[in-house]
Design a binder for this molecule. Sequence first.
Ligand code: S3P
Length: 166
Amino acid sequence: MVQRIYLIGFMGAGKSTVGRELSVQLKWPLFDTDAEIEKSENLSVAEIFARFGESRFRELEREHLARLSRIPKGVIALGGGAFVDPENRKIIEATGVAVWLDASLSSIRERVRPDGSRPLLSAGEQLERLYDTRLSFYKLAPVHILTDNRLPDAIAREIIGKVAMS
Ligand code: S3P
């Protein structure tokens, strides 16, 4: 029986929104690594990147993921870069199921605003290039869900159906 569902995917794929819906439908608690990091550091993700650099953020992300992987059960929404790290993938595989929320680049473009809250978008990083690099990692997840033009509640129901069988 699966105890933890890890939501992975690109920025703006809907990990937090679908996570909320999934946690309601399953009656499982919801965790979000970005929010956990911000709470423990008392700084926003953008501030952590600006003050200490991306490598410190990744270190915090690994620590929080390792901690959350020990909760008895839950829905865990990860930041878009977490699944790139092989150590993180190992933890996820050993403790639950990774579900990739697959969203097209055009739908991502509509959803993410360059408002400064996502440092990798405002650092001049090219969205398309980053998206292409990330895809090869996301595809490693055992469960893939297409999300374009679909409502969170339908996506959550599909996840529950697929995870129950995985
Ligand atoms: C990142 C995605 C962000 C956040 C950080 C880095 C990434 O999370 O963890 O800005 O590397 O893709 P969201 O995917 O929730 O926006």
